[in-house]
Design a protein around this ligand. Sequence first.
Ligand SMILES: Nc1nc2c(ncn2[C@@H]2O[C@H](COP(=O)(O)OP(=O)(O)OP(=O)(O)O)[C@@H](O)[C@H]2O)c(=O)[nH]1
Ligand SMILES: [Mg+2]
Length: 473
Amino acid sequence: MRYFDTAKIHIKAGDGGRGCVAFRREKHVPRGGPSGGNGGTGGSIWVQVDDSLNSLSSFRHHVHFRAGPGIPGSGSCKHGANGESITISVPPGTIIRSSDPDAPEPVLAEMLKPGQRALLLCGGRGGRGNASFKTMRNTAPQLAEVGEVGGESWLEMELRLVADVGLVGAPNAGKSTLLSTLSAARPKVADYPFTTLTPNLGVCDLDFRSTVIADIPGLLEGAHTGHGLGHEFLRHCQRCRVLVQVVDGSSPDPLGDFDAIRAELELFNPELVNKPLVVAYNKMDLPDSADYWDDVRVALAERGISSEDCFAVSAATGQGNQLLVRRLHALLDSLPREEWDEDDALLDMSSLASSSGTGQGRPMDDFEVLLECKSPRIWRVEGQAIERFAQMTNWNYYESALRFQKVLEASGINAELRNQGVQEQDTVCIGEHTELEWSDDQSEKSLYGVWMDERKAQGRVMQGSARWPHKGS
Ligand SMILES: Nc1nc2c(ncn2[C@@H]2O[C@H](COP(=O)(O)OP(=O)(O)OP(=O)(O)O)[C@@H](O)[C@H]2O)c(=O)[nH]1
Ligand SMILES: [Mg+2]
């Protein structure tokens, strides 16, 4: 049986729509000028806290989240509509991390407060239409951009319960029974260990106060090493403000159980033993347990647990429960109120959000050239800005291909290739889809000739197969 307080999802932002090449055609306007609109921006992926949820189990069946693509631009300077964004709902207490071990900021968001929203991925930019390329010198540009491909990413989610009080203890100690007498929650109770497999939440309404209590599945020796799903359960303890350790008075060795659980908490995270702790010595209705109580109380005092934090209770009869809850209220009141700082909770998302806007703001001359293969000779140019530029170039238009050539020259990429000894007919790869062939002849005539040949050979020039003639030095 898998336990779902963690989930892995895949998100993909929408691709930008392509820009359009069009010209105005009107009866009395002889040279109408360019009128191709821009493509719409792709949809983004958001995440939002929904406090009606309390588990990540829905992500078992729904793993892939895709935002809608931007609509292409069209004539008469009509811009395409933006793609539909989507919002992923998560329960409060969800931590979101990037699955990429090299990510600069592994924790992307801590989703704590109901309604809190964060941007996970921006949609791809829409390609510009030819109207956007009109200049004084080029009044009839025949080029447009393809939309930027939307980023994608695998994310890991982890749910940490947001409860005031966490009930911890060995299996079968009576944690679920205690939750059911303290609150309206009706968790499964049975006379065997590991009845509870996912944490139960209950709201205790006593003395006109509402306290959220979590019943955490039984912990075993070795839990801190992950034994018996220990990690999953111990994580939940971290968000509880006060822990109640439930000790089974009818167990052969109640104190041994107590020490073993303390050790697991400490080994998992030393901060856990610094949390305020109350001991609930349970099953007092059984004679066995009642007989031991005085010894246990003394032994707990020796371990530094004051008598005002030790309670003899019976989850079955309700004995001692009220005193226990009053003590919990007092402890909670003495703790500083946890303030969720909006800015803190919304961690800087730029690291991930910008992975779709790759290259935006990055200089074109931030690149690297390497010889990937010696025979056949294949070069690779790596750089966020140039890769994005290649992806957004629409090779079907000669002017687009020409514009790409100019950027290769201006950015210093051509110079670096020549410097490293590029030869006629070598292959040069940029990004995933752009494969070019080096030529020393870069005259306009040659460029156009090659572009036309490609276009004829393929019916149309396909993206990623443009040839790349280059003028000799
Ligand atoms: N006599 C008596 N029995 C109790 C008391 N509390 C719990 N029990 C019994 O102890 C058994 C275990 O109770 P649970 O509440 O399921 O224990 P748990 O700690 O949640 O156990 P796991 O979920 O397996 O970790 C059940 O048979 C309960 O009826 C009590 O105060 N008195
Ligand atoms: Mg239980």
